[in-house]
Design a protein around this ligand. Sequence first.
Ligand code: CLF
Ligand code: SF4
Length: 502
Amino acid sequence: MSAPSLSQILGTPLSAPPAHSGCSAGSCGSKPSRVAGLTADIQKKVQDHPCYSEEAHHHFARMHVAVAPACNIQCNYCNRKYDCSNESRPGVVSEVLSPAQAIKKTLAVAAAIPQMSVLGIAGPGDALANPARTFEVFRALQQRAPDIKLCLSTNGLMLPQYVEQIAAANVDHVTITINCIDPDVGAQIYPWIFWEHRRVSGREAAEILIAQQQKGLEMLVARGILVKVNSVMIPGINDEHLKEVSRVVRAKGAFLHNVMPLISEAEHGTHFGLSGQRGPTPAELQALQDACAGDMNMMRHCRQCRADAVGMLGEDRGAEFTLDKIEAMEIDEVAAMARRVALRASINAELEAKRAARHAAPVVQIKAPSRGRPVQMAVASSGQDLVNQHFGHAREFLIYEASSAGVRFLGSRRAAQYCGGESECGEAENTLARTIATLADCEVVLCSRIGFEPWSKLEAAGIQPNGEHAMEGIEAAVLSVWQEMLVAGKLERAPFAEQMRA
Ligand code: CLF
Ligand code: SF4
């Protein structure tokens, strides 16, 4: 007997993804349905900010300038002395810039990459522990490139003192790293802070920091500045507590919460790395993000950028813009700004048209949701929201879940590039094994192309490679594969990984 058709199973033709095929409410930042539901003012602020809008991160780039070397607190997960060109994590930079160098670099990048819509100051120390340098850059860019959004990231210790200057500099996106609201938890994360000309340690330090962060958050919200809260998930220390943090910052008006995994390796020389404190597994992180979600916007596409990152999230083009290279660049600031403004308008018009089409599409009536269990899939994409990357070239995979409720984005996972060229000869086997382990809970991997060797190894591990949706939109492709699995009766069986465990 042949398999039933999809419309027989679902009871209605499926010509398009469901109207709300993106993340379900509260699951991940400003997805299309959320962008449409925001006030015009907020929509304008987030629509081309790659961190505040998941949709925007497929199309717009950001850059950081590393003008803030000093920090006024110590976090047990931070060591700014360690640098490595392959390393990507907050606090890591190749060169600290003077404000003048940072301004020049920003104008050079903004001329070369017209998708660049946001300039952030995120270290390598704390932006507000270096206020003169930070605000000099913001003030100059406000004058010379007023179309670029200004973004600031801080630990919050000095935030209340600088809210006025932040507002005056037209910075309308601020990130505060808030890992706790309980000083006993904080004492396990922060050994000391520098406060009113003295070093304060232990519980007292955490108490001061928490009070300053909360006050700063309230003051920013009162001024209409969008606040994102970053939290580092540290298993056994603040993982359970972060649900309460999420509840409190949401009640105070934070726009977005970004729960990130602790990065902890002994070779980084951090306290947590040396003491063996582990980071969370992808499943633990996902579970906490889901638990925090409620009606809060959760960010799930963070790439834990370097403090000198340049380009789309997930890529780093910093090597193209070293000081010696930008010195040699001729920049026509006026022409570059006109190009950026035109490109931004055209991308936003295209996204608006897609949103309208999505809302106009027929709503899929699912009559038998129990027959379609959720399926987790990995996607290789180099941007534009498309399945457009060769499996062997992917340095990260985007993880989606498809179910009868639609498609939702779960996050991204780093991977080593399988086709790494001659330098990696002999390493390919290990790289592939590591990638397969990273994707072990996915049932399908979508990519534009894939070689025979990785295809057969993925298949043997229960992960079905799929190159049939090359250059299609990611969500439509993921939904389409789920539908094919449903029609083929594959969703009546448990995922391969579960079958192996049974
Ligand atoms: Fe940079 Fe941060 Fe602004 Fe974005 S990053 S200062 S809000 S422009 Fe973005 Fe990078 Fe995650 Fe930060 S992906 S680490 S959340
Ligand atoms: Fe490092 Fe940032 Fe913590 Fe300062 S606030 S110690 S720079 S992670």
